[in-house]
Design a protein around this ligand. Sequence first.
Ligand SMILES: [Fe+2]
Length: 293
Amino acid sequence: MPVLSLGYLRLAVESADRWDPFVRDFIGMMPVEGPSPDALHYRMDDYPPRLVVTESPTPRLEAAGFEVLNRSDLKDLVSRVEAAGIPTHAGTAEECALRQVTGFAAFNDPSGNRVELFYGPVLSHRRVELPHLSGFVTGDQGMGHILLNCVDTEAAYEFYVGVLGFTERNSLELPGGTSYFLGCNARQHTLGLSPASGPALLHFMVETTEIDDVGKALDRAHDLDVPMMQSLGKHTNDRMLSFYTYSPEGHATEIGWGGERIEDSMPTYRITEGAVWGHRYTPPPAGAKGLPQ
Ligand SMILES: [Fe+2]
């Protein structure tokens, strides 16, 4: 069985002091104590912290964690990854404890992006407290979606579709190559592959349960001077109503509502515009980080 959803992101960042208000006060995730004293942990639901941020002189995507069904599926998928010529690392008991999962395996995708496949999240039974919003859309759709920079999007496509079992939902032709949008559950896309010169996390999206949550997030971006990247708009593929800001590391950070659920198999298609309306672009302000290229 293919991967189920995006489960977590682990980011190494330049300044934890800049990330904490961005995640806590702007995005609205719940800060919690976690197993690693050096990291910031944020919950979105009853899963272990979906976002873990560690300060480092070398900011990078430490791992994109994708959930799989159980131990047996992890074993099967690891065998497929190894058969594709990619070495894997089996998570130790200590590493599992840091992620609050029962088991995981880690490896680099063909572009060098670090991926972890995990099963058995250790749930919290204390209600998540999200004072800024009604809630995040997670459950069978996972924590949201990401776009990864890929040196060779065709090789990345072959890996994620052919080995990990993602489904191509749509593509977009760009001057630098083709971007692919892949799904693994009802969320229209969980993973996007973008042509670039090196690996990086380009973008992440979280979805809120009510439309007013997006409006209130716009208000918080204004009040907290979070740099705007794309104005309010509606996407052509997942029909998401959303806007984008720059994270302190320059990631395109999208907060959206109303993403379409794809319940049945659907023929893939090519889009020619990213938005039906809106999503007007603003470059990063002077001194701020742009998107990782
Ligand atoms: Fe997005």
